[in-house]
Design a protein around this ligand. Structure first.
Ligand code: FES
Length: 135
């Protein structure tokens, strides 16, 4: 925690960058981390917890499963993502975490998904099944 806090100026504006770094390094944001961050930024634990719980990307418990983020924003809905969701969920089962995101910047070539930092466009039932199975 200390190296992460040292990398960021201890201001309230640094809360999100700190949370992203903690999530990236530890895979989740624990109660201890929330307490430490709150003290460092002179915030209440409730304020930090409120931000952690608001954003889907932050987890309070570790989840080692691989993840696929599915865009379910308007353009991808118009291009058929909702019809693909049963196939995605079936391929994922309990082995892969399926997360929802809203716009990956690929609106004209949706439906779109992201795995790690790689984005995938023009998803079909077959291609998204292959993606999930590759995890
Ligand atoms: S709405 Fe899905 S990528 Fe923009």
């Amino acid at each position: 925690m200390e190296p992460i806090l040292a990398r960021h100026r201890a201001t309230q504006d640094s809360l999100l960058p700190i949370l992203h770094d903690v999530q990236a390094e530890f895979g989740h944001i624990s109660e201890d981390a929330i307490r430490t961050i709150a003290e460092a930024l002179n915030l209440t634990r409730a304020e930090v917890y409120g931000v952690v719980s608001f954003y889907h990307d932050f987890r309070s418990q570790p989840d080692p499963r691989p993840a696929i983020k599915i865009c379910r924003a308007e353009a991808c809905q118009a291009r058929g993502i909702e019809a693909l969701m049963p196939a995605i969920e079936a391929a994922a089962g309990a082995r892969v975490r399926v997360e929802t995101t809203y716009c990956l910047g690929l609106c004209s070539v949706g439906p779109a998904a992201m795995i790690g930092k790689d984005v995938h466009a023009r998803l079909t039932e077959g291609s998204v099944g292959d993606l999930v199975n590759s995890l």
